[in-house]
Design a protein around this ligand. Sequence first.
Ligand SMILES: Nc1ncnc2c1ncn2[C@@H]1O[C@H](COP(=O)(O)OP(=O)(O)OP(=O)(O)O)[C@@H](O)[C@H]1O
Length: 306
Amino acid sequence: MKLAVFEAKDVTKRYSSGFVLQGLDMTIMAGDIYGFVGENGAGKTTLMKIIGGLVQPTGGEITLFGQRGKKELRVARRGVGFLIEMPALYPHMSAEENLKFYCHVLGIRNPQRIDEVLQAVALTDAGNKKASDYSLGMRQRLGLAIALLGSPQLLVLDEPINGLDPAGIVDMRQILERLVKEQGVTVLISSHILSELQLLATQYGFIHKGRLLKEISAADLLRSAQTLLCISTPNAESAAALLKQRLQIADITVNAPGELRIPKASVDLERLMAVFLQEGIPVEGFNMSAPNLEHYYMDLIGGGER
Ligand SMILES: Nc1ncnc2c1ncn2[C@@H]1O[C@H](COP(=O)(O)OP(=O)(O)OP(=O)(O)O)[C@@H](O)[C@H]1O
């Protein structure tokens, strides 16, 4: 049976400027890669900082590895590795020296650990290189190595692929997949790159304006998301209004300027084409989009209304 690694119950965070988290409930099960999805300012980093004890919630309760008291949480946090924002690195020192420094800070006495984490993030060959000579992708991997030093059971990663080039993104994905598979690590990861998150996550939590709207497994998301017809037409707004009226379907949306989206299941394709021809609506492009995370998310938060 899977165990909950982290639980949030009715968690609230309020600053003088207002609520950042409002009655948030969330559960991360062992072995999952939990994709944390939400708009800028939704509250993702705040929740991650609450897990790390860097921010105190105004209300509610969190449980980490089954522990919930203040003292117990402090001990439980030793089982969590964090990569929140850019890791603080000494640029003139090598990766190994940076790791040595963090071993000292964290009280890790096993010198083997440095080689192990460098290997885990595929930096063994660059261990002697100065951090200032690292690419952004390498710096993020070194940040991940630091987060791994304490052999965590849970990794909390705040936008670890932000700003990375395509190769850097693939490297990070493969490293995380290996950590989960070979070391049984559970991962909480936020990212705005939904197409990439979809390749990685086994579970999702959608946060919007400080509230957790939904948690769903990757498999259930794919089952419940719809196949969409995406049609490019110059005057999408008026075409949508016309099609709604003619076909009696409410569920036609303008996804982007010049693009209509229609759930495939809601329309007879032949009839749809006939209406396009009869009304003289120009079609500049047509494709069928498989169910995906981005569409699911946009539907969940109500299309463009953010
Ligand atoms: N110390 C603080 N004092 C006041 N407001 C804060 C503080 N820290 C964060 N906030 C506000 O809380 C809200 C949520 O911020 P948070 O960083 O958690 O969002 P996020 O979902 O991680 O966004 P992003 O995707 O942009 O990183 C924002 O409106 C932010 O301005």
